[in-house]
Design a protein around this ligand. Structure first.
Ligand code: SAH
Length: 221
């Protein structure tokens, strides 16, 4: 017989160890480590994979998509946050299973998370419902267009790799705001790009780590 209590305790301790290991990956923000120690990643992936939930790996979430590695989630959030304590109003492109959206909600004033695949949007909504997160909105839409009705955003985080940064996302970034996105360099290479909006016309770009994300695609399915 499965002992639910013991299983949950095993997940809790695995999650705490995962969060502690983030410090070795260069995560310095106690708030980020705390958020990663709080959100139960195993709840967002299928049962057959839940024993791997607290390893530092990306895992399939259906529809050929993947949940990002915990260390990459933490690094992207840290790059957006720098020395601030909160991310402000956030736009996430690519809700996927909803895990990163839950992490972001603990570190932001408000989070808007957009997904283009209806079945993933619906299942993320169902998984997130029990957490009753009051500052998170899930939107079924094509994130390449951004989310005009809620712009501008202090932080934009893109969880899928495009050939460049879509113009609407640059337009919808608040002055002083930051955007992070994986961008395709060649058939086998992608790089994280951090963009800070300095004024209405000026953007500063910094390239960060090599990464591997699923593609940013247009249209809704
Ligand atoms: N943050 C997610 C990672 C999901 S993978 C998580 O924690 O699980 C990236 C997601 O981006 C996929 O679900 C994919 O469908 C979505 N995506 C790709 N292109 C998109 C677009 N143009 N608009 C919205 N979502 C998109």
């Amino acid at each position: 017989m499965v002992n639910i209590g013991t299983t949950e305790k095993t997940f809790d301790s695995a999650r705490r160890s995962m969060a502690q290991r983030l410090a070795l990956a260069g995560i310095k923000h106690p708030e980020i480590i705390q958020a990663m120690a709080t959100v139960p990643r195993h709840v967002f992936i299928e049962d057959a994979l839940s024993s791997q939930a607290y390893e530092d790996s990306s895992l399939p979430i259906g529809r050929e998509q993947t949940i990002s590695k915990p260390s990459v989630v933490a690094k992207m959030i840290q790059a957006l946050m720098q020395d601030k304590k909160k991310l402000g109003r956030v736009l996430e492109i690519g809700t996927g299973c909803g895990y990163q959206a839950a992490v972001l909600s603990l570190l932001s004033e408000e989070v808007y998370s957009v997904e283009r695949i209806r079945s993933l949007h619906d299942s993320a909504r169902a998984k997130l419902r029990p957490f009753r997160i009051s500052n998170l909105r899930l939107i079924y839409s094509d994130g390449i267009r951004g989310l005009t009705q809620a712009a501008p955003f202090d932080s934009i985080i893109v969880a899928a790799a495009g050939l460049g940064i879509p113009d609407p996302l640059l337009d919808q970034l608040a002055i002083g705001g930051r955007l992070i996105a994986p961008v395709v360099k060649s058939e086998t290479e992608q790089q994280l790009l951090l963009i800070e909006r300095l004024s209405s016309q000026r953007y500063q770009r910094t390239t960060l780590d090599e990464v591997f994300f699923v593609p940013l695609q247009s249209g809704m399915i």
